[in-house]
Write a protein that binds this ligand. Structure first.
Ligand SMILES: *Cc1c(COP(=O)(O)O)cnc(C)c1O
Length: 367
């Protein structure tokens, strides 16, 4: 897998410029980087205000890798991990009093205050307290001297696929103002969501009062999460996968014989397209996610994959590729994360010095 740190830095810089115009703080969500320090460093080079990740494990990796930045834990902390949360993050997202109480106890033991961002559920039905329960949660937190409420936030578009709208974010701002009156101090952050908030920011429709967003998808892939269309000015090729052809042969598009369950428990269905030139790549479902993967060469279609074999239709590019040639693939979010996690996929370290830009913009390390 190739990673172009300069393109990521560029994307972050552009998103940050947009944020700055409207007084918004940017948390760069690096969870798809799975703890890879090069990704975090590139985001910091783009001048994001903090790094955010859903897993403590990743934040620990980044800290070990020498990344010294303000960090936010996105996934609600497990009470059993309270001490590590206080040690590793400046701010954690929370919705449960018991967890916040565990953080308070850990903060007390470690002698350092912990800051929480309270999550409010505004329709996506994933994490967060219902709006009418927020005052009660805040009232109980007021009795915890080692906990400071850094702000409130919401998350949309993840489980329920609910669109981020000015109406929903206005509700969040109103809740923030009420929370401030209750707490007796101003909230630093009103965190108005994820990449799904960027379209509002671009259109100038972000309600006043929203002053923080958490962006992963669009920074890494350069796309609008609702439409998958490229966002203006962002690179869509920060990451690229490359794999080698281990077979190129002409085969009938239809399997021959009695069809039973395939390797993944499904009954496969194939259309009769006559004979096809088919390539097999040394890559499979263990390494990536088929649903969000495309070949860079538009003449190549992905037919399917089993654990270790990815089968391509190369009919319209016949003759252009042979066994041993590399095929470039563009990963979407799922494909990217899966490739990051696969120990079989080599991650090319992004040492900008020592890299050579090839035709087509691919960066290759010179050894
Ligand atoms: C993953 C995550 C984000 C970032 O979402 P993107 O769609 O990648 O921008 C923001 N907030 C929370 C709570 C998350 O879990």
């Amino acid at each position: 897998m190739y990673f172009d740190s300069r393109k990521l830095t560029d994307n972050v810089r552009r998103i940050k410029a947009l944020c700055r115009q409207q007084g918004v703080t940017l948390a760069a969500v690096v969870k798809a980087g799975c703890g890879w320090t090069d990704v975090a460093r590139a985001a910091l080079d783009g001048d994001c205000d903090m790094l955010a990740d859903s897993r403590l494990h990743n934040l620990e990796q980044l800290a070990h890798g020498g990344i010294d930045a303000a960090t936010m834990l996105l996934r609600l902390p497990a009470p059993s991990q309270a001490e590590a949360v206080v040690r590793l993050c400046e701010i954690s997202l929370n919705s449960e009093y018991d967890s916040i109480h565990a953080l308070h106890a850990a903060a007390h033991r470690l002698g350092r205050k912990h800051r929480v961002l309270l999550m409010v559920e505004l329709g996506d039905r994933r994490e967060g307290v219902a709006a009418q329960q927020l005052p009660q949660l805040i009232e109980r937190i007021k009795a915890l001297p080692m906990i400071e409420v850094a702000g409130i936030g919401t998350n949309l578009g993840c489980l329920g696929g609910i669109r981020t709208t000015p109406e929903k974010l206005t509700e969040l701002v109103e809740l923030a103002r009420a929370s401030e009156r209750q707490l007796g101090y101003p909230l630093q952050y009103v965190s108005g969501g994820n990449s799904g908030t960027l379209p509002l920011l671009l259109e100038g429709r972000l309600p006043a009062g929203i002053n923080h967003i958490r962006v992963g998808f669009s920074m890494l892939l350069g796309r609008n999460p609702f439409t998958d269309e490229p966002l203006p000015g962002l690179h869509t090729d920060v990451f690229e996968l490359e794999a080698e052809l281990i077979e190129v042969q002409t085969k009938s598009s239809l399997p021959d014989g009695e069809i039973v369950l395939d390797a993944f428990g499904h009954v496969p269905v194939f259309e009769d397209l006559g004979d096809q030139v088919r390539g097999i790549l040394s890559l499979g479902r263990l390494d990536t996610d088929l649903a969000t993967l495309k070949a860079k060469d538009s003449g190549i279609e992905i037919i399917g994959a089993s654990s270790d074999h990815l089968v391509l239709d190369m009919t319209s590019v016949r003759g252009a590729y042979a066994v041993g040639d590399k095929v470039r693939l563009v990963p979407g979010y799922g494909a990217l994360v899966q490739a990051m996690l696969s120990p079989y996929v080599t991650k090319r370290p992004d040492l900008n010095a020592g890299w050579r830009r090839e035709r087509g913009g691919l960066l290759r390390m010179v050894r």
